[in-house]
Design a protein around this ligand. Sequence first.
Ligand code: SF4
Length: 448
Amino acid sequence: MALTGIDIYKLLPKTNCQECGVPTCLAFAMKLAAGQAELSSCPHISDESKEALSEASAPPIRLITIGQGEDALKVGGELVLFRHEKTFFNPCGYAQLIDDAMDDSEITAKLKEVNESQFVRIEQDLGADLVAVRASSGKPEKFVEVIEKVCKATSLPLMLMSDNPEVIHAGLAVSGEAPLIYGANKDNYEKMVELAKNHKTSLVVISDNGLDGLVDLVPKIEKMGVKDLVLDPGHRKMSETLESLVYIRRGALVKKIKELGYPTIVFPSEETDDEMMEALAAGLYTLKYGSIIVLSDLVSYRALPLFVLRQNIYTDPQRPMQVKQGIYPLGPADENSPVLITSNFSLTYFIVSGEVEGSKVPSWLLIMDVEGLSVMTAWAAGKFVPEKIAPFVKKSGIEEKVKHRSLVIPGYLSQVSGELDDELEGWNIQVGPREAADIPGYLKQWNA
Ligand code: SF4
């Protein structure tokens, strides 16, 4: 059972030496209880306490790392059922499926999709996380050939898929560090566990009987010494998969069923032949509670909405998403282009920048850091007010980019336009529309 902050505090050295980066042992204990600190950050903890705490402070869903280095994928480690209770920590990974029975041109095209499915949004890199190579051919040499081709094309971690331990063994020789093995079933688990142990990899446990099969097989595998597991409840029907994913998450967090305390893997690509249904299922499992989602392709018009959905789900709900403070040119803005200002709340940025771009009037958009609050909330909180806006505009560098001195403020700030006029010396304050939808019409008639 999870320990409270006070329980943990009792086991700490209580010297308040601050070497963990936290002012007191009590504060460190609270952070540890909340899953916001690592036990290893305290260098003075005794071995007995470490042993007692390692088990108790471990997240109820084990954190698994696949691959190594910058591209390593971390899944699991979640603490809550619902995002609003705290936050979700480790975004699900999207895997591109490549089959060794595909012809060479198809494999090349899939790998091109993997490499092209990279996007930057709100300063985060979005893209594929994993390549799943399936050995449908059943031939180790063919499997090896395809893995080598994949490794040349991408540095993403791999998942090796076969129920034949000999084929997996051949693949492990060429697949780089710490791939994920798919997987162990009731017939092959002993050999698969040996491979996972020898190569220090994670292992997928595949059930042929839903949750019952997992609860039966997982302890046998744990007992053999492999604990970095990923669970496949084995369904290939959307309603059954979803039901199992919810039971696994609830079982691990609420019922404390240890055997279910692992990340999950799902295969929307095997649940339907309809590509849009596949994307829909992937979206569903992104929300609840797929950890690795294997897709038949990553065509941008289906992949990008998934990446954006994941980005929105795996953010801290207590911290609004923010864009970076700065000057954003929208279109080929020049010295005569209008200058607009708004807050760094990402939703505000996307709505305003979208309308400005839609207007086809090249413009400069000044984004001011107000801790991710919307215009009105930031104003009410005293963060988007004339005495703060004026120095920001002066220091932003916009005066070197335009020869006019007209600044368009959001319509909702009309009540402070006079005050800003006084604060921002040499600038003419213009009040823009209250609604973003009116921006295009406004800009088309704009005059400095
Ligand atoms: Fe306490 Fe350990 Fe942190 Fe020092 S490093 S303040 S002993 S928890």
